[in-house]
Design a protein. Structure first.
Length: 53
């Protein structure tokens, strides 16, 4: 888990150093969609989530 937070810190530092602020919404959206797919896998909600895509 510590490696994940280190990765997030590195991505944040990259965004600040390179001034790539437009990447932040893209990264946040990918993390949220990935989290929804992982946490709803195998539940009753899963068919509704997969129909979005």
């Amino acid at each position: 888990m510590n490696d994940f937070f280190e990765l997030l810190k590195d991505v944040y530092d990259f965004l600040l150093a390179r001034k790539k602020y437009w990447l932040a919404p893209l990264i946040i959206t990918l993390i949220l969609i990935g989290g929804i797919v992982v946490f709803t896998q195998g539940t009753v909600i899963a068919p509704f989530i997969y129909s979005i895509f």
